[in-house]
Design a protein around this ligand. Sequence first.
Ligand code: 4NP
Length: 151
Amino acid sequence: MEKISILFVCLGNICRSPMAEFVMKKIVSDKGVGDRFYISSAATSAEEQGNGVHYGTRRKLAEEGIPFTPRYAVALKKSDYERYDYIIGMDRSNISDMLAFFGGDKDGKIKLLLSFAGTDRSISDPWYTGDFDKTYDDITLGCTALAEKLI
Ligand code: 4NP
């Protein structure tokens, strides 16, 4: 069976989208359907390319008992549009940056994470706010709703 593929996207791929990647992996694994999904994350900018996951994200994931593995920031590629079923941004500027980068969204794959939870709110960037708790709560809300839709 073809896996459902999900790409989480933020500006730097060191704070929010890796957090969403590991939270979503934990949710589907806990539901016993981890092998039905391919989940990854990427950045709209090349700013942090090659850098590891931010300490604030790692600390929060550890606190919440969410497993994570070392990973390094990667920039979005044009081929990602065909590769993934869902391409999920954290905030409005991620969405507009992706629409520009991919030249539109012909298959309707680009979504705002919290839209699955019925709101059009953006997930705040802890790189600027320093608030990894609030970001985690919103990411968990969005990923839980996404899992409910897909499982
Ligand atoms: P992220 O946070 O998009 O959640 O990974 C950021 C990380 C780095 C930068 C901005 C946001 N930066 O400007 O380098």
